[in-house]
Design a binder for this molecule. Structure first.
Ligand SMILES: NC(=O)c1ccc[n+]([C@@H]2O[C@H](COP(=O)([O-])OP(=O)(O)OC[C@H]3O[C@@H](n4cnc5c(N)ncnc54)[C@H](O)[C@@H]3O)[C@@H](O)[C@H]2O)c1
Length: 324
């Protein structure tokens, strides 16, 4: 027997750590700064695909400044909804960066939800107008929640227009999020109403390889910012062509997805978020630009947050120690 122990953190353990969104955004900003400086190791994510539009991805990353090394093994299954199961599930392993020995295994759904919201807000910090007060959320699921929560940390939000194809989910979302964030949340009947009146628009529906996008040209107002958490599934080519600035979170990953059939009508992003945070590329220039963040989700986002979850869980006595 060896003496190594790993800390296992279940879904409820990770949630019980209750890491605040402001800290998640701060951790991501630090990691993107490192990425912009060329200091992060993050190979493109390989995946397996057991069903159309479903994936199970392996996402390794190493962020030297955070001493964070590890991998996320995450699945996304759009049809799970019909089974009453979550869209996104998976596990994350952390390794000691000096010995390589694994020291934690945790459920990855909380981290995936929060880091993705934080990445949208971080992009918005550089690409949206700072006085943005109105948000439009299209798809009121997990991402619809965490993206709004993250935007609320950085922007003086007063009103939210929310749309979901399932009216019951939309209603629940409006009740829940208005109480949680103390903002007015108005459910709308048409996607257009959530786009044309908003300074910040997040689309977070299913990612589809052959989507039937809904957002048309001129719906997003000049000066507004969009975050396409669901790739280009919600935005028509004409709406995307109108953007003055499109960013992504990693050029190589964007090109990889393009090579396998996504983003066929999306121009190549002018910058990735690392380049913007590191000051190598500019953010918004002027109040009338339409800007769009296409963050595809990086292993680095997860590895920026996971060690902090581990440290806090350990200090709080949360989780189960298991022999390696
Ligand atoms: N880019 C990233 O880094 C990243 C990370 C995690 C998840 N995602 C993606 O975000 C999306 C949402 O994930 P989730 O965990 O929030 O899923 P979820 O199942 O919790 O929520 C999805 C919501 O979309 C709604 N919906 C479905 N079709 C819609 C449509 N056409 N218009 C409006 N609403 C619609 C559903 O009713 C549901 O409420 C998925 O596509 C997922 O792959 C992206």
């Amino acid at each position: 027997m060896n003496e190594y122990q790993i800390l296992y953190l279940s879904q409820s353990d990770v949630a019980a750590v209750n890491l605040d969104m402001a800290t998640v955004i701060r951790l991501l900003e630090s990691a993107f700064g490192e990425k912009g400086a060329g200091k992060v190791e993050m190979p493109p994510k390989p995946g397996i695909h057991t069903m159309p539009d479903a994936f199970i991805h392996a996402m390794p990353a190493y962020i030297p400044s955070l001493h964070s090394a590890g991998i996320k093994w995450v699945s996304g299954y759009p049809d799970n909804q019909k089974r009453g199961l979550p869209y996104i599930t998976g596990l994350l392993i952390l390794n000691d960066d000096e010995t390589g020995i694994p020291y934690a295994v945790m459920d990855c759904s909380w981290i995936t939800a929060y880091r993705t919201g934080a990445a949208s807000a971080l992009a918005a910090k550089y690409l949206a107008r700072p006085n943005s007060k109105v948000a439009g959320i299209l798809a009121c699921g997990v991402q619809g929640r965490t993206n709004l929560e993250a935007l609320k940390v950085l922007f003086p939000l007063e009103r939210v227009y929310a749309y979901d194809i399932h009216p019951d989910r939309q209603k629940l979302y409006a009740e829940e999020m208005s109480a949680k964030l103390s903002v007015e949340v108005i459910g709308v009947e048409e996607p257009r109403q959530a786009v044309e009146n908003s300074d910040l628009v997040v689309t977070s529906g299913p990612i589809l390889k052959h989507p039937t996008p809904i957002i048309q040209e001129n719906w997003l107002q000049p000066g507004a910012f969009g975050s396409a958490v669901d790739f280009d599934s919600y935005w028509t080519g004409a709406a995307i062509a109108q953007m003055d600035r499109i960013s992504t979170d990693d050029h190589a990953q964007f090109q990889y997805y393009k090579s396998i059939g996504y983003f066929q009508t999306t121009p190549d992003p002018y910058a990735d978020l690392g380049e913007i945070v590191a000051g190598k590329k500019p953010g918004r220039q002027g109040s009338q630009e339409r800007t769009l963040a296409m963050n595809l989700g990086l292993a680095m986002d997860d590895m920026a947050v996971a060690p902090e979850i581990y440290r806090r869980a350990k200090a709080m006595g949360i989780g189960t120690w298991l022999p390696l």
